[in-house]
Design a protein. Sequence first.
Length: 324
Amino acid sequence: MDVAPVGSLRGRNLIKAADLSPAEVGRVFETAATLKAEFLVDRRHAEPPLVRRSLAMLFERPSLRTRVTFEAGMLQLGGGAIQLTAGNVGWGVRESVADVARNLQAFVDGIVIRTGPHEIAEELAARAAVPVINALTRHEHPCQALADVFTLREVFGSLAGRVVTFVGDGNNVFHSLATVVAGQGATVRLAHPAGYGPDPAVVASARAIGAAHGGWVDVGIDPRAAVEGADVIYTDSWTSMGQEDEAAVREQAFRGFQVDEELCRVAGPQARVMHCLPAHREQEITSEVMDGPRSLVFQQSENRLHVQKGLLVELLGGRPPGTG
Ligand code: CP
Ligand code: NVA
């Protein structure tokens, strides 16, 4: 796998998964792997690379994993994070996104944002002079995809020629995952209920990235056909944040898309199972699968910490780990 040079990501934004080339993803993974190995020794870094750096975190939606891993990650790297909610900031109400960017860039070294409209994250990134990281919008969840693919590389080594099947909603998590997985030379398959497919522009972009690296994206509606021979089955909640009003309709539409032991048996004994969490047990995934030997879900979650730390060091321009 190609790996971009140390320092080449300094000052960059991560708003959509395609913002990082596969070689740049490799750069983040290398730094993340070094940080993870260091951290697992005694849960600290002897020479933290982001001493006295600061991060503003604008969270308009609930979060456990993303919020805690960014905040704990900054602390572990020697810096700190400031949590703000939409009510604190009031972008678009109290002041414009451009003015928020202009203020924050003077105070902190980076900004993390979780909001519904993807355009707000894009506008913040376009306006701010410091790196902006998308911590989830309706359209993308790139930090999740990086942690997921890092996890898959820990499990499988190279992903070239592997098959990763997503069963469920063609949503933000699928968009980012398909982009990063295709860039690793793997085939992505999606099985979704009619009317819940992905953005065709993201599929086209992921296919173009995949074509240059031996990967591909197939979109269909039959979960059993999609999982056959798959190395990985991935699922996410049927109702994403902000769609709560549609929950009853979605529950009907997604019947038949549950990841249970029977679907896993169709895939084969090799199939591992992933979920970004939070999970709705016995809805999109059964506890038998989620807590069973195929499951990678808590390894994915743990890797949110290490991969985002790698990302922070690379984008905020910290000294590479191990170079004390
Ligand atoms: N997977 C994920 O992003 O979890 P949170 O919503 O808890 O941050
Ligand atoms: N698709 C889900 C992911 C949660 C991490 C959502 O947007 O709510």
